[in-house]
Design a protein around this ligand. Structure first.
Ligand code: SF4
Length: 233
């Protein structure tokens, strides 16, 4: 149905299935962001893990301003960061917010990587989720971007856009992740989650839209009249 498919009549919208909407989103985002860069600067799995941890309730831009100093002054390996006083780490990561918790988590997870994983970041979702300061989304980002294991980390942007595109009811990020994994081919996940984030930041902001202004929604829902409400993550 998608090839040559456009903002057609209600009949066309009525026949647009969730699978067809997903297919359109996948194709269109692939055209707009063919090679989405990883937004957090890093040189290996460990510096990525620390950067993702720091990005909780913080912008990637801010994290990318902080990490060069952290890794440059205190070190970019578990061995170097495990022996740093928490206060020293906190002094540098403070601009990312939640300074005390994040500093403590960085020092502690560095020690655990030494004690339990030979100083390496484990390419294992559950092992990652057991590390302090590392939740399901952070673990999935590392699995996708450091180890190229198909993953679909759902952040606030993805949760919001998936609802706006009616790809999920979006009661919570767990359900959104499950629905998106069912709708999109596994081979697309690692790129697609970044493409959705980029589209969310560039076009589909939390405050900026009610689901009727840009080409994606106007193609998927040509007859949408009422503004759309979405659930927060
Ligand atoms: S119309 Fe609005 S909600 Fe829909 S994709 Fe565009 S920016 Fe997002």
């Amino acid at each position: 149905m998608c090839a040559g498919w456009s903002a057609a009549s209600p009949a066309a919208e009525a026949t647009v299935t969730k699978a067809e909407r997903a297919e359109h989103v996948l194709r269109r985002l692939g055209e707009l962001y063919p090679d989405p860069p990883v937004p957090l600067d890093h040189s290996d799995a460990f510096t990525l893990l620390v950067a993702v941890l720091l990005s909780a309730q913080c912008t990637d831009v801010r994290v990318n301003q902080v990490t060069p100093r952290l890794f440059g002054e205190l070190g970019g390996t578990p061995v170097e960061l495990a022996r740093q006083p928490v206060a020293k780490i906190e002094a540098i990561v403070k601009p990312c917010g939640l300074g005390p918790q994040k500093a403590k988590a960085i020092q502690k997870l560095s020690q655990i990587l030494i004690d339990e994983h030979g100083g390496q970041v484990p390419a294992d979702l559950e092992a990652l989720e057991r590390l302090p300061g590392v939740g399901h989304k952070t673990a999935q980002v590392v699995m996708a971007q450091a180890f190229d294991v198909p993953s679909f980390p759902v952040d606030t942007h993805i949760h919001r856009l998936a609802q706006r595109w009616k790809l999920t009811e979006g009661r919570n990020v767990v359900q959104t992740e499950r629905d998106l994994k069912r709708l999109f081919p596994e081979s697309s996940w690692n790129k697609l989650h970044l493409q959705i984030i980029f589209y969310g930041r560039e076009h589909c902001t939390a405050r900026g839209c009610d689901g009727r202004v840009c080409e994606i929604c106007s193609t998927l829902f040509p007859e949408r009249k009422r503004p759309l409400k979405t659930r927060k993550a």
